[in-house]
Design a protein. Structure first.
Lengths: 424, 424
């Protein structure tokens, strides 16, 4: 009866034909207009046959809470003015750290609906103007009201999740080191990364610092020994230590979406939207199992159905690694590995850049940075770059790279999305 | 080439088949979950043939800044849990006081795209937990960053707009009284209104209070004399006085949207979405003319084109009257009356309930209340009730009432929407 039933998906296809990302880091002397402008200009340059900014009909902007972080709300018209879009609409979406994949999804549906042909989607956040304690408080507002009242800041929630996983599968904190080391190995190849350094680079830098100061030089036999040392990797909320937690970041990102039948006007290498899933979760106290996110499972199922694909079809993925533990659970919830096997797959190198299932080639939130409202479209940008063979030193070197995905989580799992892109 | 070019609008029609609104007012001892639950339960009752809440596939929630007002962000999953939607998605939209018409518009496009068939849209806000000064500051965050820094709070912006209008058209503050008196005349017939009183009711109540206290009884010859008296109607930001400004409110609202071809399963009297327009404006300092909102003009043009209608087709409308002056300007920007004639039309009673173009039959934001994130879908609900002949004592009594509209403004005009509904 419905179009969905008849066609099994969107009424009209959508392609990604451009994208941009600002350098990520802490930039107190700049603001969100600067970050978004930087991403927007890079997006314009990225469109093979060019795009006249005047042809953009509407935009969607993900932002978690510039209200809290910067004291300025209602960023739609600010961004509209910035990029010359007035009087066309800019709609802000918010789903905590998944804010800009909600923007992406609304942009896709706005084109599929027939309303628009050419739509900009992106996100922006500035977190550097607040102290670390304030940022923790501000992010805590995105958890369930029952969690924060009980002392569950984000590091605490993911710490509790980790202990539940450890207990369920008989593993310990050592499994988390593999996630951190793997993601940081990719970051030196990402010029936008906040920390373009491997864990070994951190280790060597620390040794060099001791040497320069004439202090005793620590003897770490490898990166794991470095991460075990609480003098360099102190606990935040056990078992989450410093190197298990993504940083506080500023940044902006955007993507240009066009109706499928127009894609050829912009490029010979469009990347198509194959699946867009989104779900919600209960809060911590009402979850049946801490070691799985129902929102991720639901979002993944919706996206796979829409794409007519299974997890086996996905050749690489960005996965929301706000904390190292989160990445392992998502690997399982997305169906890339069976329950209880995400940690082992990581330990065996299966998720490394040269492994069979590369995860977070960008460096992930841990090493690339996590400007929360900008993260979702930044993740999708990484997939787009990989599918176009433009990822430089971190390029996935599989033959016939055609299908990649991106998973984004908001709050303590309250909002999750899964996006599948395809090169045909 | 595009669907839009071929079909002149959405790829698939959408109908409104239910709606609900909480009682508006200040309720410090309740919270947004209560308000939304109240609206949601009323919506369930309003669907003629009923709806199984489990059939709702997704929701959109407008909210301006519960981050600021209540210290809790990321309301999507909270509302999802409240109404039993988990793990299905709830997407928050924000466009200041237009937040929930953005939710409405995204809901419409999500169905038109083929992604969903049955979608809930609504909004919520709790402003009562903050002091009046804090609310003024919180709303100020929705203005342009250049405005607030220059001292332009919202009353000040609309005050400056009024003086510009007065200067351009040779009128004075007296024209504003007509807006206030007209809207308050409708409010006693709206059981949800925060102030279900006419201006004459306020006047009589004041006289009664003086009488009861043995004080001299003021002699006001009519409502205008009452509004001229600064002891009862003090200035807020000249020429905006107390009775020119909408109140601070709490509340929730929602509407049930379904694909056109499914509407008959829910009701014999569906109301169809004919046009949905949305635009953005420059900030105050960059506007060519203070007496017009480019975002409103753009949104109206888009909605009229989509509907294949002109302003003459609209039989009544809700219009965003955050301040009395705003209503007059919108009457002109929406094409209901020529530029410079909005004040005269109001003075002549053309916008009264029994006039040729009833405006704000609900009592408007001034008398009904303005829980900012809930306002947009509350306005559209009023149009739906009118088109179904369910507006009680405030029912528009035109023969063949078929087409109504709703205009919603966010910030100081940064985001505006215009929605046209139609009974076929």
């Amino acid at each position: 009866m419905s179009i969905r039933a008849r066609k099994g998906g969107l009424a009209r296809g959508v392609a990604v034909v451009g994208g941009g990302l600002s350098k990520l880091g802490l930039f107190k002397d700049r603001d969100c207009k600067d970050f978004f402008a930087e991403a927007f200009l890079e997006m314009l340059d990225s469109v093979d046959r060019g795009v006249d900014p005047g042809d953009i009909e509407a935009a969607y902007l993900g932002n978690y809470s510039n209200d809290f972080f910067t004291g300025q709300a209602h960023w739609g018209p600010i961004i509209s003015d910035l990029i010359g879009l007035v009087p066309k609409p800019v709609t802000r979406t918010e789903g905590a750290c998944a804010a800009s994949t909600l923007a992406f999804r609304e942009g896709v549906m706005s084109i599929a609906s027939g309303m628009y042909d050419i739509v900009l989607v992106g996100g922006v956040e500035q977190m550097s103007r607040r102290t670390t304690d304030e940022v923790t408080q501000g992010l805590g507002m995105a958890g369930s009201p029952y969690e924060v009242a009980a002392g569950f800041t984000f590091p605490a929630v993911f710490g509790a999740t980790a202990t539940a996983y450890f207990a369920k599968y008989g593993v310990d904190r050592e499994i988390l080191f593999n996630v951190t080391i793997k993601s940081h190995n990719n970051a030196p190849f990402n010029p936008k990364a906040q920390f373009p350094m491997s864990v070994r680079d951190f280790m060597n830098a620390r040794m060099e610092k001791c040497r320069a100061k004439g202090l005793p030089i620590p003897e770490w036999e490898d990166e794991k020994a470095f991460l075990r040392d609480t003098s360099v990797n102190p606990p935040v909320a056990w078992p989450m230590h410093l190197f298990d937690c993504c940083p506080i970041s500023d940044g902006g990102s955007c993507l240009l979406l066009v109706a499928e039948e127009l894609a050829g006007s912009f490029t010979d290498a469009p990347i198509f939207v194959a699946g867009i899933g989104q779900g919600t979760s209960y809060s911590l106290h009402a979850k049946k199992d801490l070691t799985s996110y129902e929102a991720t499972v639901y979002a993944a199922k919706q996206a796979y159905q829409m794409a007519g694909m299974t997890p086996k079809d996905i050749q690489f993925s960005e996965v929301h690694d706000c904390f190292s533990m989160a990445e392992i659970i998502h690997l399982e919830d997305l169906g890339f590995f069976p329950p209880g096997e995400g940690w082992r797959a990581t330990a065996e190198g299966l998720t490394a850049l040269d492994g069979p299932m590369p995860i977070n080639t960008s460096g992930g939130l841990k090493a690339k940075g996590h400007p929360v409202g900008a993260t979702g479209t930044a993740q999708i940008l990484e997939v787009w770059l990989q599918l176009r063979g433009m990822a430089g030193g971190r390029q996935v070197k599989k033959p016939d790279l055609r299908i990649g995905a991106s998973h984004n989580l908001g709050g303590t799992g309250g909002t999750c999305t899964f996006t599948i892109l395809e090169r045909r």
